[in-house]
Ligand binder design. Structure first.
Ligand code: ASP
Length: 309
């Protein structure tokens, strides 16, 4: 069999073993494993990288555990605004959305924008109008809401702070989801989806919606999906920075992603992590927080799921 490789993340942040119950840890491991096998089964049957990343992200958008789709965080005005993007390394095609309030699976809408429109990036109502035309599943905004996310907001709503997800009381947790893949035909793909950050102002757009920051894929180079403090990931064009270090700096994916996460982002004052895969199927998953929900599998080794450092 030709080589495939697949990795996903469910956000980075202050994920401490001491703060985790065995039940909660099991629930996260099950959700990661389900999303991983959804992508793996596509790749192992010769399916495309782009189908695998979309499918795995849909699985995580449908889980209340992650800050994407159902279970997304609340904005300051007690509403939801979701961001997502997808990129096919084959032809460097891409689709992205921001400020979504009515779409069950924002990543599928990104895929439709990429495949069926002449555009890359659609915003809020315009994106939703396109979704209606394309028969994408719509939901009331309340579909995304869960009690635990509301509590997170109410704790900090009166402060000026925004909170990155998976946080109980610290300000350092992220819950965005993403996936990267190399398929047996040699194509790379990446996808990322999020509710953003708790208590964000209306109309704030994070890195997850931005091709080159939250998501990037280019055949022959790499596929990357980011999670972390979006403003910093936008300012250093994070996902593309890894690709550029590889393409022009001739770095390995491990060194390039490591430099971004251990030098560039923290030197600017930000934090988070990325997952990446290169043309040879090498996977890297660096992060500079206490933990990152992450998992990987490839044609040579079985599934591996990790949470802590
Ligand atoms: N990067 C996302 C954002 O800033 C947050 C996250 O990764 O959880 O919107």
């Amino acid at each position: 069999m030709k080589k495939f490789a697949f990795a996903l993340h469910g956000g980075a942040g202050t994920i401490l073993k001491s703060a985790m119950t065995p039940e909660k840890e099991k629930a996260y491991r099950n959700a990661l494993s389900q999303a991983l096998s959804a992508g793996e089964s596509i790749l192992k049957h010769g399916g495309s990288a782009i189908d695998a990343v979309e499918k795995a992200v849909i699985e995580m958008e449908n889980s209340a555990l992650f800050n994407a789709g159902y279970g997304s965080v609340f904005t300051h005005d007690i509403s939801h605004e979701l961001d997502a993007s997808i990129m096919d390394g084959n032809g460097r095609r891409a689709g992205a959305v921001a400020g979504i309030k009515r779409i069950k699976n924002p990543i599928s809408l990104c895929r439709k924008i990429m495949d069926k429109s002449e555009h890359v990036f659609l915003l809020a109502e315009g994106a939703e109008a396109f979704a209606r035309e394309e028969g994408e599943e719509l939901v009331p905004e309340s579909y995304y809401s869960t009690d635990s996310r509301k509590e997170q907001l109410l704790k900090i709503r009166d402060s000026l702070k925004t909170q990155l997800d998976h946080a109980d009381d610290q300000l350092k947790k992220f819950g965005t989801v993403g996936a990267v893949a190399l398929d047996t035909a040699g194509n790379l793909g990446a996808a990322t989806s999020t509710g953003g950050i708790t208590n964000k102002r209306f109309s704030r757009v994070g890195d997850t919606a931005i091709i080159g920051s939250g998501t990037y894929a280019e055949n022959g180079v790499c596929a990357i999906s980011s999670t972390g403090w979006g403003e910093y990931f936008i300012r250093c064009v994070a996902a593309y920075e890894v690709a550029a270090l590889m393409k022009y700096g001739k770095m390995s994916i491990e060194d390039a992603a490591g430099k971004l996460i251990n030098e560039t982002i923290p030197e600017m004052g930000g934090d988070g992590g990325v997952i990446g895969v290169d043309q040879g199927g090498n996977i890297t998953m660096p992060f500079n927080t206490e933990g990152m929900y992450r998992a990987k599998v490839d044609s040579e080794s079985g599934p591996q799921i990790y949470i802590y450092r």
